[in-house]
Ligand binder design. Structure first.
Ligand code: NAD
Ligand code: IMJ
Length: 257
């Protein structure tokens, strides 16, 4: 797999720490020879990411809070100056208020609903708009991360499930928009993984245990497995695939439970 992304410039948004799914994707892409560009939310995550990438030569790091249009624009302006062309974009960002991730979905506040959509969905639309003019090499691949809670009513996922449904619909509309430019847009529906975004979630550990007992492949998925699927979607091996959602969840979604 050493050459799959040789000389390809891949922007990965959403690395915070070594548990981040985006970090698993970064490692897979780096090992496949990509030139990696990372974007982090704030000063604190940037510091952690600089430490994580200390020995990875050539990695570029940007700071971008996706709720701020000016920061998104500024990051892509800087990327244009630094690399001129982009081949891949990975969006691995989601956020909802903690209090909206438990109890009944009908208690979701207007503010909490809009915040989840803004950070978890609109950010993909905005990043795609800025990435498109940089994908000038006759090919491009955009990958985002979703979860089964978009298709099923999974306890506590609530407003995030509705945001992921909108994210998956956005993948289809963006794929239709960008197909003529040979830019593909796909999502990976990952099984539960203990990242910082998952750790604080109500009943997460008991949910993970139930999932581990039931999954056809018997092993919970890891950041590395998500990374390898992202590598496939970013590479020309997947050149016939767009608008698709690939479940990387050990087969959990096929079960009738
Ligand atoms: P994570 O906490 O490592 O990643 C979430 C990222 O979102 C963080 O890096 C954070 O900085 C970023 N973010 C939040 N608000 C932001 C903002 N305003 N501006 C810029 N960045 C912002 O957790 P993760 O589990 O790696 O999540 C990555 C993606 O994977 C998310 O879309 C999540 O919904 C999805 N996902 C996670 C799981 C799981 O079980 N962990 C399963 C399926 C899908
Ligand atoms: C999150 C909430 C509820 C149930 C959940 C999750 N299950 C899983 C997750 C079953 C697997 C993790 N996941 C798929 C996410 O997309 C997490 C998103 C998230 C997590 C937090 C926790 C901390 C916080 N806000 C968050 N926003 C989004 O304050």
């Amino acid at each position: 797999m050493a050459e799959l992304l040789k000389d390809k410039n891949i922007l990965i948004m959403g690395v915070s720490n070594k548990w981040s799914i985006a970090w698993g994707i970064t490692q897979a892409c780096f090992d496949a020879g990509a030139n990696i560009l990372l974007s982090c939310q704030d000063e604190r995550t940037e510091k952690t990411v600089r430490e994580l990438t200390r020995n990875m030569e050539g990695i570029k790091i940007y700071r971008c809070d996706v709720t701020d249009d000016e920061q998104v624009k500024c990051m892509f302006d800087n990327i244009k100056k630094d690399v001129d062309v982009l081949h891949g974009l990975v969006h691995s960002i989601a956020f909802a208020k903690k209090e909206e991730l438990e109890g009944a979905y009908y208690n979701t506040s207007r503010d909490g609903y809009l915040l989840a959509q803004n950070i978890s969905v609109y950010s993909l639309v905005a990043a795609t708009r800025y990435a498109k003019p940089l994908m000038t090499d006759g090919e491009g691949s955009i990958v985002t991360l979703t979860y089964l809670g978009s298709e099923r009513a999974i306890p506590n996922y609530n407003v995030m499930g509705v945001a992921k449904a909108a994210l998956e619909a956005s993948v289809r509309y963006l794929a239709a928009d960008l197909g003529p430019d040979n830019i593909r847009v796909n999502s990976i529906s990952a099984g539960p993984i203990k990242t910082i975004s998952a750790r604080g979630v109500k009943d997460f550990t008991s949910m993970l245990k139930q999932y581990e007992e039931k999954i056809p492949l018997k092993q919970p998925v890891t950041q590395k497995e998500i990374g390898d699927t992202a590598l496939f979607l970013l590479s020309s091996l997947s050149r016939g695939i767009t608008g698709e959602n690939i479940h990387v969840d050990g087969g959990y979604h096929i079960l009738g439970i």
